[in-house]
Design a protein around this ligand. Structure first.
Ligand code: PMP
Length: 442
């Protein structure tokens, strides 16, 4: 069955007027908060007949749900009076100790006093930006980078400057050049945002040598590093890397999360920051949400203390490795000449570069009508780049679905290259500038 992408333009009937009477009242920072033009297409992409290689949702069905049910019951029965009460904005001290144990797997030696629990690492991104960024300040980011980080920096009116990346991670010389140029221009650069392991969306990992260089460069320019590491423990091959924070405790704010190693439904992440910064983050968290969900923290804490969580991560890794291999194998077997892609050692994502002249955003309606979805590369840049790129995720569909999805995608690419070769043109891009994929595409 094929899908008519035109259906995606239908809007649900809304009540009352569509004219927003408050349009003149919004703060300047809200100007950039606009829904994606491809959002409606993704509503179609969530239909069961479509293989979605778009979303980055962890496969929580692999979790021991009965055990987690028992943990929830025990928390209510044995610790209910505390679990159902307000807590602190810094987070449960016991959980913060356990978080230090998790971080020690990547070489970090930290005190629980310097950890702040957050609502997913997403809230940590928001708090750090809130505390550091004034309108017009520069935030340096890898190119491409995590879409919701871009949205957060943009919401605080940061000037996002992209730093080149290749298959070994961010290019240190490019970082140095930007910092030197920006300093000469008198610009205030507040931090360098990086996802060193199995990057979202590119799937690449920063090498040990480059980690050293990046820290040296940032130290010499007096720049803070914001290290975002939600995927680090999801490694399917190769040696684990030391966190940047492990070697530069005073220059790095480290963000972690239980979303990928346990479940995003608990919304528990964290930031580890130098003491003075941590104090500011706690104050910012207090005004954002007063206190955390004590209940969720206690469930996660009890899971960590009663369940073999390291074994659970190994199980996840086996499952995701099989899916990654299914995707890489299918790409190798089916993609037309001129298409290239990254080979992630972990995480959820493969970054594809299309043959010359093809446009991933323009092609998306056609792909969806062929029952396969992906995220166009343009969403992962603050600038107008990424048209020849797409992010494919292998975390959620089964290996068979992944192979079928890649087969359908390869068919679309082949007909687009045939159009290009015959008429010198391909599917045309929807009008409008850069788009932002829906936030439900983590
Ligand atoms: N950072 C990166 C790089 C991500 O990919 C995500 C979501 N997938 C997050 C942060 C936020 O995750 P969470 O809030 O669930 O911890």
């Amino acid at each position: 069955m094929s899908i008519d992408p035109r259906e995606t333009h239908r809007q649900p009937a809304s009540q009352g007027s569509r004219i927003d009477p408050y349009v003149g009242s919004y703060a300047a920072r809200a100007q950039g908060m606009v829904a994606s033009e491809v959002r409606a297409l993704f509503a179609v992409a969530s239909r069961p007949e479509v293989v979605s290689l778009a979303g980055g949702m962890p496969n929580v069905s692999a979790l021991p749900l009965e055990d987690i049910g028992q943990i929830v019951q025990d928390v209510v029965a044995q610790q209910g009076a505390t679990a159902l009460q307000y807590g602190s904005a810094q987070g449960d001290p016991g959980l913060r100790e356990q978080i230090c144990e998790v971080m020690s797997l990547e070489g970090i030696d930290a005190s629980a006093d310097d950890v702040i629990v957050t609502v997913g690492s997403q809230q940590a991104l928001d708090l750090v930006t809130r505390v550091f960024v004034d309108p017009g300040d520069v935030v340096l980011c890898e190119a491409p980078t995590y879409v919701t980080a871009i949205n957060t920096f943009a919401a605080f009116q940061a000037d996002i400057v992209h730093v080149a990346m290749d298959e070994h991670g961010v290019v240190p010389e490019a970082l140095d050049e930007h910092l030197t140029r920006l300093a000469a221009a008198g610009r205030k650069v507040k931090f360098f945002y990086t996802i060193p392991n199995f990057q979202n969306p590119a799937g690449v990992t920063l090498t040990a040598e480059r980690r050293r260089r990046v820290l040296e460069i940032c130290r010499s320019h007096g720049l803070l590093v914001l290290e975002d590491n939600p995927y680090g423990l999801l490694r399917y091959e190769g040696e684990a890397c030391r966190a940047l924070r492990a070697d530069a405790p005073d220059n790095v704010i480290y963000l972690g999360s239980f979303s990928k190693t346990l479940s995003p439904g608990f919304r528990i992440g964290w930031a580890l920051a130098p003491a003075a910064v941590r104090a500011k983050l706690v104050l910012a968290a207090e005004s954002a949400m007063l206190s955390h969900s004590t209940f969720n923290q206690m469930v996660v804490g009890r899971y960590l203390s009663t369940h073999p969580w390291r074994e659970q991560i190994k199980d996840f890794n086996e499952m995701y490795r099989e899916r990654r291999d299914a995707m890489l194998g299918a790409l190798e077997a089916l993609m037309p000449a001129g298409t290239t892609w990254t080979r992630p050692q972990g995480g959820f994502f493969v970054w594809v570069t299309l043959p010359e002249g093809l446009d991933a955003k323009a092609m998306l309606p056609r792909a969806v009508s062929e029952r396969v979805a992906y995220v166009p590369g343009t969403g992962f840049y603050a600038s107008d780049e990424g048209r020849r790129n797409m992010r494919l995720s292998f975390c959620y569909p089964t290996p068979d679905q992944i192979r079928e999805g890649v087969r359908r995608l390869a068919g679309v690419l082949k007909s687009e290259t045939a159009l290009r070769d015959t008429f010198g043109t391909t599917s045309t891009a929807p009008s409008g500038g850069n788009d932002t994929p829906s936030p439900d595409l983590p």
